[in-house]
Design a protein around this ligand. Structure first.
Ligand SMILES: NC(=O)c1ccc[n+]([C@@H]2O[C@H](COP(=O)([O-])OP(=O)(O)OC[C@H]3O[C@@H](n4cnc5c(N)ncnc54)[C@H](OP(=O)(O)O)[C@@H]3O)[C@@H](O)[C@H]2O)c1
Length: 253
C-alpha cells in the first residue's frame, strides 16, 4: 500500500521538541517513520519526549537558540554525527503580553532571537547540509495566526510571526533551485499544557469566549503535527512558500 505521508528514511530536526506542539510533532513524525533529532534547552524534558517516540533511532540535541552565532557550528556537528538531514521544523517559540509603554529593547531582542532570527540561521545551516546532493529537503516554521491578525499587548510576538512568514516566502524562492521547500504552519489556540494552565486562571465566560472564537473549537497539538508532516512529506513536493493556516476557522470570521 502507498502512504504518501510516509517519512521512512528521512531524518528531521525539531526545535522546541521538549514541550507542547514540538513534542507532539516529534511523536507523530516518529510514527510516520522519521528519525527525529529533538532539540530544546531542558534535557529532562527532551529525554521525556524521546521516550515517547516510536522506534529507538532518535536522539536529543540540547541547544539554546539565543546563541544565534553558534547555530551553524552546532548544526554542522549534528550532521557529522548523525548524517544528512532531510527536514527542519522550527517550533521553539516564546510569547509575552506587554503593553507598548513597557516594551524594552532587551526583551524585544530575546523574543526575536528565539522566534525569528534563529529560523534564518537554522535554514542557513540546513541549506549547507544539503549541498552535497541535489535531493533537497523541507523546512517548516511554526508561525501563528497572530502573525496575520492580532490582539492588544502582543505586538512583538505578532511581529515575530509575520516576519517568519516573510522569511519563509523569500527563502522558498532562494532555495527552490536546490529543491529545498520552505513553508509555515500558522495555528490558532491549541490545547497545550501551557494553555490549560492559563485557562485555570480564567472564569467560565473568558474560556467560553475563547472557544467560541474558533468555529471548530480549540485545536489539538495533533492538528498541527498533521500539517507539519504533510509539508515534510513527498505529498507536498510541489508546495513551497505558503503558510498553512490551521485555526479551526479563527481567521475566517
Ligand atoms: N500553543 C498555542 O496555542 C500556539 C498557537 C500558535 C502558535 N504557537 C507556536 O507554536 C510553537 C510551540 O508552542 P507551544 O505552545 O508548544 O510552546 P511551549 O510548550 O512553551 O514550548 C516552547 C518550546 O520552545 C523551546 N524554547 C524556548 N526558548 C528557547 C531557546 N532559547 N532555545 C531553545 N529552545 C527554546 C522550549 O524549550 P525548553 O523549554 O527546553 O527551553 C520549548 O520546547 C511556538 O512557536 C508558538 O509560538 C503556539
Amino acid at each position: 500500500m502507498i502512504n504518501p505521508m510516509s517519512l521512512e528514511g528521512k531524518r528531521v530536526i525539531i526545535t522546541g521538541a521538549s514541550s507542547g506542539i514540538g513534542r507532539a510533532i516529534a511523536i507523530f513524525l516518529s510514527r510516520l517513520g522519521a528519525q527525529v533529532i529533538c532539540s530544546g534547552r531542558n534535557v529532562d524534558r527532551l529525554n521525556e519526549t524521546c521516550s515517547q517516540l516510536e522506534g529507538n533511532q532518535h536522539v536529543i540535541a540540547p541547544f539554546d537558540l539565543q546563541e544565534t552565532e553558534e547555530i551553524g557550528k552546532w548544526f554542522n556537528s549534528l550532521v557529522e554525527e548523525h548524517g544528512r538531514l532531510h527536514g527542519l521544523v522550527h517550533s521553539a517559540g516564546v510569547q509575552y503580553t506587554l503593553p507598548l509603554q513597557l516594551q524594552k529593547p532587551q526583551k524585544f531582542e530575546e523574543l526575536i532571537k528565539t522566534n525569528t532570527e534563529s529560523a534564518l540561521f537554522l535554514a542557513r545551516a540546513f541549506q549547507k547540509n544539503s549541498m552535497k546532493d541535489k535531493k533537497g529537503g523541507s523546512i517548516v516554521f511554526i508561525s501563528s495566526v497572530m502573525g496575520r491578525v492580532s490582539l492588544p499587548g502582543i505586538s512583538v510576538y505578532s511581529l515575530s510571526k509575520s516576519a517568519l512568514e516573510g522569511l519563509a516566502r523569500s527563502l522558498a524562492l532562494e532555495l527552490a533551485p536546490r529543491n529545498i521547500r520552505v513553508s509555515c504552519v500558522a495555528p490558532a489556540y491549541i490545547r497545550t499544557p501551557m494553555l490549560d494552565k492559563l485557562m485555570k486562571k480564567w472564569n467560565e465566560t473568558q474560556i467560553r469566549q475563547l472557544i467560541d472564537r474558533h468555529p471548530l473549537g480549540l485545536g489539538e497539538m495533533e492538528d498541527v503535527a498533521n500539517s507539519v508532516a504533510f509539508l515534510l512529506s513527498d505529498a507536498a513536493r510541489w508546495i513551497t512558500g505558503i503558510t498553512l493556516v490551521v485555526d479551526g476557522g479563527y481567521t475566517a470570521q
